[in-house]
Each structure stands twice: as structure tokens, then as C-alpha cells.
Design a protein around this ligand. Sequence first.
Ligand code: 13P
Length: 337
Amino acid sequence: MQIEEIARLMVLKGKGILAADESTGTMEKRLKSVNVPCTEKNRLSFREALFSAPSMKSNISGVILFEETLKQTSSKGLTIPELIKKNGSIPGIKVDKGAKQLAGSQNEKITEGLDGLRERMAEYYKLGARFAKWRAVYSISSSQPSEQCIKSNAHALARYAAIVQEAQMVPIVEPELLMDGSHSIDKCYDVTSRIISECYKELKIHKINLKGTVLKPNMILPGMNCKQKSSTEEIAKKTIKCLKNNVPSEVPGVAFLSGGQSEIEATKNLNEINKINDTTFNFTFSYGRALQQSALKTWAKSMSETTKIQKVFDHRAKMNGLSTKAEWSENLEKQVA
Ligand code: 13P
């Protein structure tokens, strides 16, 4: 399949992406929060339950995997990418090596992982991955993010995207402005606009085929500790305005990260965004926490009851699927599977 076709399928209405690419360190935190030891077997057991769920066919267009999972075999003998494909979804792979301290700047991060990436992409393709993800991370303080942080991360994202497209795979371009802090929604709007416009400047320099990419940004939200709360409508309007002004129209779709929003908030905000969408972009989800949190809690309590775990996951996937078509409602939310 050509990359433009893969990108189109990734952001198809009614479906979205499951970000199950937590590194072992992040998974350790997630499993600790539900009192389960972070062993390879446990990581696989939880993920296999999700990847075998009925909603994979109806609501999940793609799954982002961590390298360990890409190479694992499921209990039924299929490799994990084979299992995902069999269940109607596209396997993808997180290829960055994490956000490291940016030299010359205080408390800012640069995402690493370009060395040897071309060789790794060839291996990931053979293992069945058809898209990739690279996450750059920025935060707001009185003097940050700095120009240095914005420019160096945009440059790395563009170099990553070029290598991924060379390997005939779709790059998910993920510049994430963290929700941490007490900044206003307008500050989030201004900084996100600056970050995204710099990314597209670099993607252009690196001759990226934008039709074969997916953008994964944060929504425009007030900081977690901001006293002034925003309505769903304000969040949706500002998110759309920011993307309309800064994302070239060739980009087929935008798959938001959840970034610390609750499951319901993430669904509700995406639904509102799609309600008032007046752009050419398809707006969907690429959630980690906002798709997995409830399922993880259920799994921790009843590990062997796969159907029970899947019901919880299916409900979340279905609700988010509806929100990509602006068809979600509080009432439907209450009809828990
Ligand atoms: P969250 O939805 O939990 O923010 O995770 C998405 C993701 O893939 C972050 O890189």
C-alpha cells in the first residue's frame, strides 16, 4: 500500500489510533498504579487482550507499538503485528528513543533516536509495521519553550519523517505541548501555533510528502493548574483555529493525543471539534491513557477475564469512534457495555 493510502486509512471517520507504545519505564508507572508487577508477560497479556477486542475492527484504525511488543508473539501463535492485521487494524511503531536533556538549555528536552534509524526502519517494515511515531515534547514556563527547543525538535521531526517515508511508511509527527502548569488557554494557543508552524517549515525543507503524514498534536487547553476553566466549545474553536492557521491543507488528518485529559474529557472535546469542523482535515484520536485507563483497572482486578476487560475497552473505543463523527453524547456514554 502507498503511504498516502495508509495515512488516509489511519484517520478514517469512525476510527482512531490506539497508542499502546508506552516504553518499559512508562509501563512500569502505569502497572504500579494498579499494583501489578511490570513483567514482560504482564505487559503482553494486557496488550494482547486489547488487540484481540471486537472494537479493533470497528473503531481502531492503527496501533502504535513499542519495539518489544512488535517482536512478541501472542498466546495463539501469531506475532503481535499479525494479530493486529488479522483484527482489521494497521500496526505502527514508536521509533524515537525518548526525550533527553537539551544541552545548552535548562529543563528542556530534545527527542533522540536518529542514529541508525534508517536500518531500524527496514527491520520494522519486515516485521509488519506500516507507520511510525516520533514525539517531541515542550513545556511552558516564563521563558520557555525556547527558540532553541522549538527549532531543534522541529528539525529532528523532519529528519525522522524523511527517513520513515524513504522506508515507505507513514510518519506520525507528534509535537506535544504539555498540559503541566497554570498557563491560560490563549498561551497554549500561541505556543502550539509557534511549535506547529516551525514543524511544517522544517518538513517542507526536508521535502516531506504531507499527504503521507499524520499530525498528532495536543488540543488547545488551559494548563492543568489554570484557575480559569474553558468550555468545551472554546477548546474546540481554538483548537480548530490553531490547526487551520498552521497546518497545510495537504495533511489528510489530525489524530490528537489525550495528554492527561480524563477519558470523558478527551472524548467530549473531540466530539465538539468534529461538530464544528469547517476544515478539510479529518479529526480523530491517537490516545494512550484516555483509551486504556479503565481497561487497565479492570485487567488488574480480573486478569484472566479477557471478555470483561475487552468490554470496557470496546466501550471507550466505540465512544471515541462516535466522537470522530460528532455522534457522541453523555447519554450514550452512560449505556456502558
Ligand atoms: P496520551 O494519549 O496518554 O497522551 O498518549 C498518547 C501518546 O502516544 C503520547 O506520545
